[in-house]
Design a protein around this ligand. Structure first.
Ligand code: ZN
Length: 111
């Protein structure tokens, strides 16, 4: 209950602050617009096929099966707990990519 009261109080204070300072409010709108832009971009980066990834500006790390060790970017990505996505080509080839780090690699499951 106390927590809810605190949150409500915080919102009210923020609301009053924005009423007092129109500049702050504009800044808030800018952030909103930026967030929307980011969300849109994120959505666009949901690849429908592996060819879209090949055509994109994503960095390729080749095939996972051929790695001597995990690339630094991929290591850091998993440390940051990013949600990577996978696309299956329909054969034994799968592409895994991270929309946040903008890289991809292939996974060959035929062997
Ligand atoms: Zn990542």
């Amino acid at each position: 209950m106390l927590y809810i009261a605190l949150v409500l109080g915080y919102c009210l204070a923020l609301f009053l602050l924005m009423r007092l300072f129109p500049a702050l409010r504009n800044w808030d709108n800018d952030v909103d617009a930026m967030m929307n832009e980011m969300r849109k971009e994120f959505k666009e980066k949901e690849f429908k096929s592996i060819f879209e990834i090949y055509k994109s500006d994503y960095k390729s790390f080749g095939t996972l099966n051929g790695w001597d060790r995990v690339p630094e970017e991929v290591e850091r990505c998993s440390q940051l707990k990013h949600q990577t996505k996978k696309i299956n080509s329909g054969h034994s080839l799968t592409i895994e990519y991270c929309p946040a780090c903008k890289y991809y690699f292939e996974i060959d499951s035929s062997d």
